[in-house]
Design a protein around this ligand. Structure first.
Ligand SMILES: Nc1ncnc2c1ncn2[C@@H]1O[C@H](COP(=O)(O)OP(=O)(O)OP(=O)(O)O)[C@@H](O)[C@H]1O
Length: 719
């Protein structure tokens, strides 16, 4: 099997670094010049620390690195880390639903390895099915500083590594937001927060639920009425997605709203973000300075009335940069499957023939890119020269206004490197029924609206590439169903890009349960972690989302918890395509390799640090998925940088693997049963191969027993 996998990875990959825009630019050069001139990709480090303005005391999130250089000349600066390696002792909180809590805390023993300590609970009875459910509770030593994380020589020590993520957090918004479950659930989840036990009496039910490979069918075995699964109100937004049908089955695990049923299925109840929870409590939407995307002002001043707010984007005047026709599904139907009529031919050459109709970037996108980048360049000139001109209309006739299409701003969701992310809402109309591609409730439809403002002195070319890339890749991936294919449930919908007199505005699907980063932070605050079955479900969704991207010629290149968003019932959405790489367009059969460091440090694959080495961007995504997974499981990083020169934790992992072909941390990692623990361990070894040619692909990973037998709350074609 390993040999087979290796062969898979040795598929010929060709050439060189190139970014999204270059994938297209090169199409306008003659084939001759394309072959000769190396295309230089400078990936703009566009993502500085993005801290939600609402929570200024929260530490900075991961920054995205995008550069093209090796370790010696690394553009990576020392940064502060927020998901730190932490000190041992946190037991995983498990609680049974039907029985009283066992008041005697079980012990979770920590396992130390050379490079750091991890959290693991050895079984009370080795071989028992509840191996991962009992542990030693130890007092954790908390670090109160995040600044200690980087040593001056760029390496990390194991003591450096023991920073507790939760110690870095403010507790200001604890328990403000309700769970998205029933009232009963809400109360239970509060009770559960401090619970760290599982009682023994229903072990048999738990064993059945998590039996490997197949849990027992529920209805034949269990009487009705024990526990009826209810669908969430927001599930109606996902009509097209098949889900496990509700059944009367017993809930055998309940932890922080995550429930596992006796038939092996499960249910997530992820907290709604504070903003949406507050909005839903009130009956009407607040008018946040209707017509403006800027923050609400506290008071009105006379001078303010006459002052031109240069940095505010003016929503009334925002106009779509998209041709009107591309808003409708029908008109964007892809024609390239068997029609090359509109190809960007050059001097009669036919090298732009569509050979890969599955690529998400084809003729339609090419046209859109051309039109968008022209408009963005023109507008950028105006912005940078502070001409403050109104945007030109893209279409003849009356284009709908931003407000008609997306409503008005009702709050602040987050902040990105180029501006804020706002929540906009508009009333539902009869026309909206039945398809919703974003979050909604009975009355309103919600959109996330991201402001992209050029910085003074910034390179217009880079800014243009960043927003074109972010929008086109997101838009094309999320509109792939335009040609009759199934929608990708794990890719964030990107709807529109508009401009006003000072900035560009990207309109996206709104995910009301926030991102994985916030979820992990929230768990950590409550001294809990993700249940392994919940983490497995997220991993499966993540891998399916990434597989979808890879199948369509795009590698994400910046997978990290901050870029994974959620719906309350656990639907995961991959977002932020600003550093994504197009490794294959519709006109290419070959997969392009690339070089240079791209992504966020702890998630960056080791081959990226090798100076000048070309790598397959799909495999770096796979590595990042592995890091995201272990971060979910441990609640901290295993290393800060996957470079033996720069990180002693990684160096220790590397040496241990070389010497023993094992990594103690993975060997001792527990799951709900031994089979799952073993299947997952094997998969982790396949992911964390520092030699890319030995690393498993995302496809391969999904086919491994671990993922094959992971019950996911979405049912995919291949499962
Ligand atoms: N569609 C969305 N739904 C819900 N929350 C969102 C959405 N988009 C962004 N957010 C929130 O806003 C935060 C910042 O947004 P985003 O990730 O786009 O900025 P960034 O990645 O820091 O900026 P950049 O685009 O420069 O990388 C996210 O971490 C997330 O919590």
């Amino acid at each position: 099997m390993v040999a087979q996998e290796d062969r898979k990875h040795q598929r010929p990959v060709t050439r060189r670094v190139r970014s999204f825009s270059e994938s297209f630019k090169c199409l306008f050069k003659s084939p001759h010049s394309r072959g000769l001139s190396p295309i230089n990709v400078t990936r703009l480090p566009y993502r500085s620390s993005s801290t939600s303005p609402k929570r200024s005391s929260e530490p900075a999130r991961r920054s995205t690195i995008s550069a093209q250089s090796g370790p010696k000349n690394s553009p990576i600066r020392q940064r502060t880390y927020t998901l730190k390696c932490r000190s041992p002792g946190l037991p995983t909180a498990f609680k049974r639903t039907r029985s009283g809590a066992n008041k005697s805390p079980t012990r979770q023993q920590s396992v130390s390895s050379k490079e750091g300590e991890i959290l693991n609970a050895p079984p009370r009875n080795p071989g028992s099915i509840s191996n991962g459910l009992h542990g030693t509770q130890r007092t954790r030593s908390r670090s109160s500083s995040i600044s200690s994380c980087g040593s001056s020589n760029g390496t990390t020590s194991s003591s450096d590594s023991q920073w507790a993520m939760d110690s870095l957090l403010d507790n200001s918004d604890n328990d403000v937001t309700p769970y998205r479950g029933s009232k009963k659930d809400t109360i239970r989840s509060k009770d559960r927060a401090s619970s760290t036990f599982i009682d023994n009496c229903d072990r048999e039910a738990l064993r059945r639920a998590t039996s490997y490979p197949n849990p027992l069918p529920s209805k034949q075995l269990f009487p009705k009425g024990l526990y009826t699964r209810k669908s969430h109100p927001d599930e109606e937004s996902l009509e097209s997605l098949p889900r496990f049908v509700g059944a009367d089955v017993e809930c055998v695990i309940e932890q922080d709203g995550f429930k596992v049923y006796e038939d092996g299925s499960h249910e997530h109840n992820i907290k709604l973000s504070g903003l949406i929870a507050k909005l839903e409590k009130n009956d009407s939407l607040p008018l946040h300075r209707q017509g403006s995307l800027s923050r609400p002002k506290l008071g009105l001043t006379l001078s303010g009335l006459f002052k031109h707010h240069k940095d505010e984007c003016d929503i009334e005047n925002a106009l779509s940069l998209l041709p009107e026709e591309s808003h409708t599904k029908e008109s964007t139907e892809s024609k390239f499957a068997d029609n090359n009529d509109n190809l960007p031919m050059q001097n009669g050459e036919d090298y732009l023939k569509v050979v890969n109709p599955d690529a998400s970037l084809g003729n339609d996108e090419l046209k859109l890119i051309n039109s968008l980048s022209n408009k963005i360049h023109r507008s950028l000139e105006n912005y940078l020269q502070e001409k403050n001109l109104k945007p030109e209309k893209c279409t003849s006739g009356e284009a709908s206004t931003f407000q008609e299409k997306y409503g008005h701003p009702v709050g602040l969701v987050g902040a990105g490197a180029y501006g804020e992310v706002k929540l906009c809402a508009r009333s539902r109309t009869a026309k909206d029924f039945p398809t919703f591609e974003t979050y909604h409730d009975d009355k309103y439809i919600y959109y996330a609206v991201k402001e992209l403002k050029p910085k003074v002195g910034s390179d217009p070319e880079k800014f243009c590439t960043k927003i074109t890339s972010e929008f086109i890749i997101g838009h094309s991936l999320s509109h792939y169903h335009k040609n009759g294919k199934k929608p990708a449930p794990n890719i964030l919908n990107v709807f529109d890009i508009l401009e006003d007199s000072t900035s560009f505005i990207e309109v996206m699907e709104f995910c009301p349960a926030g991102d994985l980063y916030s979820m992990l932070v929230g768990k950590s605050k409550l001294k809990g972690r993700l249940h392994p079955l919940e983490a497995d479900c997220f991993m499966k969704q993540l891998l399916h989302g990434v597989k979808f991207m890879h199948d369509h010629g795009v590698a994400h290149c910046d997978l990290k918890p901050e870029n994974l968003l959620f719906y309350p019932h656990g639907l995961l959405k991959i977002c932020d395509f600003g550093t994504s790489s197009v490794f294959q367009t519709a006109w290419e059969r070959k997969v392009h390799t690339q070089r240079g460091i791209i992504g966020s440090e702890p998630y960056v694959a080791p081959e990226e640090f090798v100076d000048g080495e070309y790598y397959d961007p799909r495999l770096i995504d796979c590595w990042s998925c592995g890091v995201v997974y272990v971060t979910m499981i441990f609640g901290h990083y295993l290393w800060k940088v996957a470079s033996v020169e720069r990180d002693i934790s990684y160096d220790a992992f590397y040496k241990e693997m070389k010497r023993t072909k094992q990594f103690k941390t993975f060997e001792e990692l527990k799951h709900v049963n031994l089979d799952l623990a073993s299947a997952r361990k094997i998969a982790l070894y396949h992911i964390f191969q520092w030699e890319p040619k030995r690393r498993i692909s995302v496809d391969g990973l999904l086919a491994m027993p671990w993922m094959e037998h992971t019950k996911c709350c979405l049912i995919y074609d291949s499962t």
